[in-house]
Design a protein around this ligand. Structure first.
Ligand code: NDP
Length: 295
């Protein structure tokens, strides 16, 4: 079997155009959604992410507010900026680019964001709301994976889902979302025994491990849908290459459908950030939420 390729790049473009249509509807009512991104320090990868987030925010018709702070900024100064953004009615979404320099306390910074503007979905209130099946802001990467799965499989109810990875930003919220869609969910991690056998039971296999090409074809149930969250930069044949946590070549021979890297989950993350900002803006204005762009 050769798996169907789940084209995240094309689907993300579709999500962004639906967001743009939603934004146009709000602008016609005199409301422009605004996303504020806070970048601390000069980390090159973070700078690239922030630049591309800003560009796409403007492309869908939203206001983009970038705040670049020196790496030496104090916790109090950063918290003061967040308080200012929380109070600003033109700002509907706030994202603090992670990781932060070591002297800053990440959890305290994230939990200082107004949960209604927490478009990354990392605030402890949003984590609790998601875990209890209530309306929340959902972390962008797992939301993107869920959208791809619903698009591919329709009703997910009753399917066996295995999520490899238990991080707060990907693995755990991914598992909550799949549970919310009535999958039977297993969360695997570095201490899981017989990982291969666990994965082989999955109708839906989500890899969020951070280990290049670890999940090979012999971890995959024939016909399964494989979502590869991993982004790993490796050197092969003297060239820099981007690979996932799944060994694409061998997994694609067994799976029914699979996301490539690049071009799978990656583009969905920013698209979902924009979707969350639109949702936050609609909620802030007491307007109906955009359809198909939330969990
Ligand atoms: P973390 O490092 O926070 O978590 C990795 C998880 O994988 C941990 O739960 C860890 O288990 C588990 N793990 C590590 N080694 C093994 C192993 N040998 N067997 C089974 N489980 C293992 O990573 P993230 O969740 O932040 O990210 C995961 C991947 O997703 C990375 O490649 C990252 O680059 C990518 N990513 C991609 C995004 C996108 O936009 N596409 C966004 C965010 C992340 P334990 O808890 O026991 O240590």
């Amino acid at each position: 079997m050769t798996a169907a390729v789940i084209d995240g790049k094309a689907f993300a473009a579709e999500v962004r155009s639906r967001v743009a249509a939603g934004v146009a509807g709000l602008v016609a009512k005199g409301i422009t959604p605004g996303l504020a991104v806070v970048l601390v320090g000069e980390d090159p990868a973070s700078q690239v992410y922030v630049r591309s987030k800003g560009k796409m925010t403007v492309e869908v018709g939203m206001n983009s507010f970038e705040h670049k702070l020196d790496a030496s900024v104090s916790q109090d100064e950063l918290l003061a900026l967040i308080a200012q953004l929380n109070a600003d009615p033109a700002v509907h979404g706030i994202l603090v680019q992670l990781p932060l320099p070591g002297h800053l306390e990440e959890a305290a910074v994230i939990n200082a964001i107004d949960p209604a503007k927490d478009v990354d979905g990392f605030h402890i209130s949003n984590v609790g709301l998601l875990a209890t099946g209530q309306k929340s802001m959902v972390p962008c990467t797992p939301l993107g994976c869920l959208m791809l799965l619903r698009d591919r499989l329709g009703d997910l109810s009753g399917l066996n889902a295995v999520v490899v990875g238990r991080s707060n930003i990907v693995g755990k919220p991914m598992a909550q979302l799949l549970l919310g869609d009535s999958c039977t969910v297993t969360i695997a991690h570095s201490r899981t025994k017989d990982l291969k056998e666990v994965c082989k039971r999955a109708d839906i296999l989500v890899a969020a491990v951070g280990r290049p090409e670890m999940i090979t074809g012999d971890y995959v149930k024939p016909g399964a849908t494989v979502i590869d969250v991993g982004i790993n930069r490796i050197e092969r044949d003297g060239k820099q290459k981007l690979v996932g946590d799944v060994d694409y070549a061998s997994a694609a021979e067994v799976a029914g459908a699979i996301t490539p890297v690049p071009g799978g989950v990656g583009p969905m993350t920013i698209a979902c950030l924009l979707a969350n900002t639109l949702t936050a803006c609609c909620r802030a204005n007491g307007l109906p939420e955009p359809e198909g762009l939330t969990a």
